[in-house]
Design a protein around this ligand. Structure first.
Ligand code: RIB
Ligand code: NA
Length: 315
């Protein structure tokens, strides 16, 4: 099962300290050795998609530095086409400072670097080369809002199925919501999107998802961590998909990105909304079992083993 997926988003190098607890304001926590992992929501989703069986092209930017060379090598190792990654001589490769606690929870600060230098022109160049190629486009918002808005509009104009991961859901992406992309917010981002679309108060997840779908006319898939996901289709019909229990929760960094990558890859391969969502949930549950965002992202056979026969659409 192979689909062609274009991923537009950020790529970072993650600098990770595993510590017993997360630091509070003004507090110092002490862990062991500094770990370096590939990161960035776009890069992570691209890797998850490729491992799940998709042909993947990544559209993003790195600096002209050693971290950038390493970041591209990591993507290439997963057979991702990085031809469309711009090298920004004036910027540094994006980096994330991450602390992971004993329960696998994290705290992240990102230095956006080259990701903040991606322009609509970069998107145009990549999309021109991709003409006639993608089955689906996954766009995440850790890059400039102008590039996000442009990418969603151009993908829609090309008739490409478009998934927008609004992480973060900054005011600058409001215009993109009008193009009816499939949205994949987490709980907090759902409320941000709801408010960007004029909603008030803090309704429960189901209500907010239905309100957003009614405004955009497109599905909304809300990632709820250990609780799994809520799928709300374009007509407001909601389905909860619980997450499989992870054997050991070591590091939840990138679990949402894993969901996004595998979900979009499965849509690209022609699966329906719920089947693609189930596959994404199964992959995300497996992704938390090792340190680093990408280390335990599963390949297709492991995802398929984790799905129940009913999930696979078998009697
Ligand atoms: O979603 C996890 C990612 O967020 C990390 O890899 C980090 O780079 C930040 O972008
Ligand atoms: Na992990």
């Amino acid at each position: 099962m192979t689909g062609r997926l274009l991923v537009v988003g950020a790529v970072n190098v993650d600098m990770v300290v595993a510590a017993p607890t997360l630091p509070g304001p003004g507090e110092t926590v002490v862990g062991e050795d500094l770990q370096r992992h590939g990161g960035g929501k776009g890069g992570n989703a691209a890797v998850a998609a490729a491992r799940s069986g998709a042909e993947v092209r990544f559209v993003g930017a790195v600096g002209n530095d050693a971290l950038g060379t390493g970041a591209l090598a990591d993507l290439r190792d997963d057979a991702i086409d990085v031809t469309d990654v711009a090298i920004k001589a004036e910027a540094a490769t994006g980096a994330a400072l991450i602390v992971v606690d004993a329960d696998g929870e994290n705290q992240i600060a990102v230095a956006a670097g080259a990701n903040a230098a991606i322009t609509p022109g970069d998107v145009d160049a990549a999309f021109a080369r991709a003409e006639g190629w993608p089955d689906c486009v996954l766009i995440s918002t850790e890059i400039t809002a102008a590039a996000v808005v442009h990418a969603v509009a151009a993908a829609t104009a090309n008739g490409w199925l478009c998934v927008l991961n609004p992480a973060p859901a900054a005011p600058g992406i409001r215009e993109a919501l009008g193009q009816a992309p499939i949205l994949t917010p987490n709980r907090g981002e759902l409320l941000d999107v709801y408010r960007l679309l004029g909603g008030t108060g803090a309704p429960p997840v189901d209500t907010a998802a239905r309100a957003v779908a009614a405004r955009t006319g497109a599905p909304v898939v809300v990632t709820l961590g250990a609780e799994g996901i809520l799928v709300c289709d374009a007509f407001g019909v909601t389905t909860r998909i619980p997450a499989q229990t992870a054997r050991a929760v070591v590091d939840t960094t990138g679990a949402g990105d894993t969901f996004n990558g595998v979900f979009a890859a499965s849509l690209a391969a022609g699966q329906d909304l719920l089947s693609a969502a189930r596959r994404g949930v199964a992959a995300a549950a497996l992704s938390v079992e090792a340190a680093g965002a990408r280390t335990s992202m599963p390949h297709a056979p492991a995802i398929d083993t984790a799905l129940t026969p009913a999930d696979r659409g078998q009697p």
